[in-house]
Write a protein that binds this ligand. Structure first.
Ligand SMILES: [Zn+2]
Length: 657
């Protein structure tokens, strides 16, 4: 081999080793694969796991860079300029790889490690286009960086070309081809071995090259094209039967355990339906206040000696407070649909508080600090159709607090919302008619502060750019300050209802659409982990005597509100509260909350069960006795929810022409 050829190979070695070391350092820092750490249940703590991890990581990385080298050679042709070749190798190999890594870790640091397509989609309220705008907002700086790098690349290539150093391709490249081929043959065996060792597998999947190799293997071994293969996180135990695989719908009573959890599913019946109500002649007004991202512990939280939510706490003392209320999904749009419809996953035209109250002669006003078309909320619950007065962050777009265009980022300050209320509903005359008003207050949403929000608690709110795990305590104070601000606006609404003379005839309800993790377990935000911080919400009514200790979800609130307005008593429902991340049929995780606010969760990717009371984590397949029975209550409730959904879909398909 000539000296020139060695130079190419040395450059390849340099590019591959540098990128691998940097990625490993980043992965170690982020996930503590080797060191372990707080809240980190997956570590490489045996020699076998470590060896497997290194084999997979180094092998896949070498394969990726070897292929890249061969491709680049082909693009350069037989007569090539070694300097330009090596520059391309370094620029696209090292700089390109690192740019992709940066983008990946930037997303990870924002969303914690649970980043997924579903989550990004959720941020856009289910709309991919909005999700795209949202990510674009966050990534604008990165795009500028990319532009700068490309300009730099152009300048260097022009300069190198001027030096004119073309030469014939050196001999001896077949050795590299053999090495790449050997790696390509070895990788399926290494990956198969790693798949049986969860800690090694999960660590490896955090590595870019291994992730690509594994994805390819998944595609190649999904023989029945049911989306599951020999290499998926959940292995397809029936690779040639498309009806049996992880997440398959379990058909009750056919003797087959389609999804591989809890045996053949037994359907114990659907939830009791809440029929369209007939309310009494003297109808009370209804005011619903939804506080964005507001946790249940807002009721008792104090910062710098000051209560965070004195108005909410006063309502709870004089009325009813439900200590175990939960968001089923932990994100905005599905939560609001459940609240208004009384269903886990309603569709357009299903019953909702808006149609219930419209049919009972109510005047309806909507005053929302977010766009209610976000994720189709308004259409699914018939909001805009029913509303006599409709004000949201889209109709008030000129008032929004940030300059972002994406729906997920629109926010209008509470004082502007209340000014609209004064203008449109501040006249006592029309209140002779029963009236339903829905307020949505957005201040507690990330980044927990916007221009014009006062410092209610003496915390000196953090700017968006300083929000990080290292600042956890100040992030929490900034969040509580935003909740305190929203709470002060609850007080403003109560004062207005009193001034209008309608307070004594009004059912007022306050809840949160979901909670918010504030780095307590290393996470920030909502909708990505089933845990109390992200799902436990306040549920407070100004009507005494309704409180109940039983866990309930947002979908139970419609019937309780109709009861408070004089309708039929809310049906008894002793099913646990069902929680999920991702779609009900293809969730990333599921959970139930049982009496006492006790969580049982299952991460479908790892089959790991978590018991909140003991803190224990175990693989589903390793459980027995009472633990197994408890996990199966979760699995059966999931199957029941899926089966109800399946029946509803079938009914809808039959009734449409
Ligand atoms: Zn929300």
């Amino acid at each position: 081999m000539t000296r020139k050829g060695q130079g190419d190979l040395l450059t390849l070695l340099l590019a591959a080793v540098t990128t691998l070391l940097i990625e490993m350092a980043l992965v170690e820092r982020k996930f503590a694969l080797f060191g372990g750490g707080f809240g980190q249940s997956q570590t490489l703590d045996t020699p076998a796991e470590t060896v497997l991890f290194l084999l997979g990581a180094v092998g896949a990385h070498a394969l990726l860079f070897g292929l890249f080298f061969l491709l680049l050679r082909r693009l350069h042709g037989r007569e090539y300029d070694p300097l330009i070749f090596r520059f391309n190798l370094l620029f696209f190999g090292v700089a390109g790889f690192l740019a992709a890594l940066t983008a990946k870790f930037e997303l990870l640091s924002y969303f914690s490690d649970a980043v997924s397509f579903q989550l990004i989609r959720n941020l856009g309220g289910g709309s991919l286009f909005d999700a795209f705008l949202f990510v674009l907002n966050e990534g604008a700086l990165m795009l500028i960086g990319l532009g700068g790098a490309l300009i730099l690349y152009g300048i260097v290539v022009v300069r190198l070309r001027r030096r004119g150093n073309r030469t014939l391709l050196p001999a001896g490249r077949s050795q590299l081809r053999w090495a790449v081929l050997a790696l390509a043959v070895a990788m399926p065996a290494i990956a198969a071995q790693a798949n049986g060792v969860p800690d090694a597998r999960d660590g490896l999947r955090r590595m870019t090259a291994y992730g690509l190799v594994n994805r390819l293997l998944e595609q190649l071994t999904d023989f029945d094209r049911d989306g599951y293969s020999w290499y998926s996180a959940q292995i397809d135990r029936h690779p040639f039967d498309a009806s049996r695989h992880p997440l398959a719908l379990d058909i009750p009573g056919n003797g087959i355990d389609e999804d591989g959890f809890g045996g053949d599913f037994v359907f114990v019946g659907a939830d009791p339906a809440t029929p369209a109500p007939k309310l009494p002649a003297k109808r009370k007004h209804l005011v619903i206040i939804v506080l964005e991202s507001t946790r249940a512990d807002a009721l008792t939280q104090r910062v710098n000696g000051r209560p965070v939510a004195p108005n909410l706490a006063a309502l709870a003392r004089a009325g009813s407070s439900f200590p175990h209320a939960y968001s089923h999904v932990g994100f905005t749009t599905a939560s609001l649909k459940s609240l208004f419809s009384g269903a886990l996953d309603p569709r357009v035209g299903d019953p909702s508080l808006f149609s219930d109250l419209k049919a009972n002669g109510y005047r309806i006003g909507v005053f929302s600090g977010q766009p209610e078309s976000f994720g189709n909320i308004s259409a699914v619950v018939g909001m805009r159709k029913a509303a006599d007065i409709f004000v949201d962050a889209e109709t008030l777009a000129h008032e929004r607090a940030f300059g972002f265009a994406a729906k997920g980022s629109l926010l209008v300050d509470e004082t502007k919302i209340l000014a609209e209320f004064d203008r449109r509903m501040g006249d006592p005359g029309p209140w002779a008619q029963p009236t339903f008003v829905y307020f949505n207050f957005q201040s507690p949403h990330f980044p927990y502060h916007h221009p014009g929000m006062p410092d209610m608690l003496g915390v000196d709110p953090l700017p968006r750019g300083d929000i990080s795990a290292a600042n956890a305590r100040r992030v929490q104070q900034t969040y509580w300050n935003a909740v305190a601000y929203a709470d002060s606006q609850i007080g403003a609404i109560v004062a207005r209802l009193k001034a209008l003379g309608t307070w004594d005839d009004t059912v007022l309800m306050v809840t949160g659409d979901h909670g918010e993790a504030l780095f307590e377990n290393g996470f920030l935000g909502h909708g990505h982990v089933i845990e109390p911080a992200q799902t436990h919400i306040p549920f407070v009514l100004n009507v005494p005597g309704l409180s109940s200790d039983r866990p309930l979800g947002l979908s139970d609130m419609r019937s309780i509100l109709l009861q408070a307005l004089g309708g039929a008593p809310a049906p008894d429902n002793d099913a646990p509260v069902f929680l999920h991340i991702g779609a009900v049929d293809t969730p990333a995780a599921i959970g139930i909350v049982e009496p006492g606010g006790v969580f049982t969760t299952l991460a479908l990717g790892t089959e790991e069960i978590w018991f909140s009371d003991s803190g224990r984590r175990a693989r589903y397949g390793d459980l027995n006795g009472a633990d197994k029975a408890r996990a199966d209550r979760l699995v059966n409730e999931w199957a029941r929810q899926r089966w109800m959904r399946h029946l509803a879909t079938r009914k809808a398909a039959r009734s449409s022409p």
